[in-house]
Design a protein around this ligand. Structure first.
Ligand code: TRP
Length: 373
């Protein structure tokens, strides 16, 4: 029997069955035909080849428009509720690939309002996390000419008129059905989905004509965008196109890396020593003794160390297959893999942390309408 799992924009728990989730949400698999079509625009990102970005809405229509010369905008976002960890970077890295491949303008929304409303945080807290998170976003090398960061409380003048239009089309009964709200929900939370919908329609407002938007993000955000897509035609906006990824796993073997488990979470500002310690404690698919592992082999399927390589830290498909095969054959022990992953993460973070410092200049340029951070 399948285990229970929950995936909402605010809670991800249990053993996620991604096929079942896709079925429940009504999204479409990114199948071989779509991958073949996408490969016509540039070499496929490993996250596509490996089924990490695995589900979509209306990608066919997006590419049809693109082929006719109609450029789309990218939109994704971050709720600034804490420091940035590796799991947050994953979809952003993918967005960067889309920007480079299709030359897209990009909006990055920081929903400080959301985190204020849903968590025990002050607006002061969310403002400082927003700045810290923006540094990580900008450090990934988005084109500063083509990329704008929106912070909800700072860009409310742009977003509020659109959010109002959306809110007039969404009943309380819909919000309850989609998000599970009840009478104890504060009224800001009920309104919030309209703010996350707004950037999907902003490019059309900016350009003064229907402009397609693609939103690559974690599949946990789909409830927002179902509502957003439903109201779009009635407001004269194109429905946003979606590409969804799986959740980045935790080092503990959990399906999603989460800040609630500090020791199983690698932050972008971690030191090499912290990384070594955390990876050292990671959940693996190893056996109880060296002898047994040499004899019977390990299980990469459940191994967090292997998953990290698969999701983000080993882009070479041959090397990934080799890693799994050698593990199953008992040729490598967990200590070696942990050492290897530690080196890869530390090499990545060393560069990232340097770019993150440089990004202090760039985030000013990226601030939508030049707001003060
Ligand atoms: N709600 C998202 C979060 O909590 C942040 C967000 C805002 C977002 N707009 C988005 C995520 C668009 C993906 C796509 O992290």
């Amino acid at each position: 029997m399948a285990e229970e799992f929950t995936v909402t924009p605010w809670e991800v728990t249990g053993d996620i069955d991604y096929d079942l989730l896709q079925q429940r949400f009504g999204t479409t698999p990114i199948d071989d035909a779509l991958l073949a079509r996408l490969s016509g625009y540039g070499e496929l990102h490993p996250m596509l080849r490996r089924g990490i970005f695995y589900s979509h809405r209306d990608m066919g229509a997006l590419l049809d428009d693109y082929d006719k010369g109609k450029r789309f905008w990218l939109y994704t976002g971050r709720g600034p509720s804490g420091r940035t960890h590796l799991g947050h970077l994953m979809p952003w890295i993918f967005n960067k690939w889309v920007q480079d491949t299709f030359g897209a303008d990009m909006l990055f929304q920081m929903t400080d309002d959301e985190k204020f409303l849903f968590k025990d945080l002050t607006l002061h807290d969310t403002a400082s996390f927003a700045y810290e998170n923006a540094l990580d976003f900008a450090a990934l090398g988005f084109d500063p000419e083509k990329t704008r960061i929106l912070v909800d409380t700072k860009n409310v003048n742009l977003l509020y008129p659109i959010a109002l239009k959306v809110s007039k089309k969404v009943t309380f009964s819909t919000a309850k059905a989609v998000f599970g709200f009840d009478n104890s929900t504060n009224i800001g939370q009920i309104f919030f989905t309209t703010m996350q919908a707004a950037p999907a329609f902003l490019p059309t407002e900016i350009n003064g004509e229907e402009t397609p938007v693609l939103i690559p993000c974690g599949i946990d955000q789909d409830p927002h965008f179902r509502v957003c897509r439903d109201v779009a035609p009635g407001l004269g906006y194109p429905k946003p196109r979606m590409m969804y990824c799986k959740m980045f796993p935790g080092l503990s073997g959990a399906d999603k890396m989460s800040s609630s488990d500090e020791n199983a979470t690698i932050y972008t500002t971690d030191t090499p020593k912290q990384v070594k310690k955390k990876v050292g404690r990671a959940f693996t698919g190893g056996k109880v003794s060296v002898e047994e592992q040499r004899r019977e082999g390990g299980n990469p399927e459940v191994c967090a160390v292997f998953k990290y390589c698969f999701y983000m830290f080993e882009g070479d498909d041959r090397r990934i297959e080799e890693m799994a095969a050698r593990c199953r054959a008992g040729e490598v022990l967990c200590g070696e893999c942990k050492q290897c992953l530690t080196e890869k993460i530390n090499a990545f973070l060393e560069k990232h942390q340097a770019r993150r410092e440089e990004a202090r200049e760039v985030v000013g340029q990226m601030a939508m309408n030049g707001f003060e951070w």
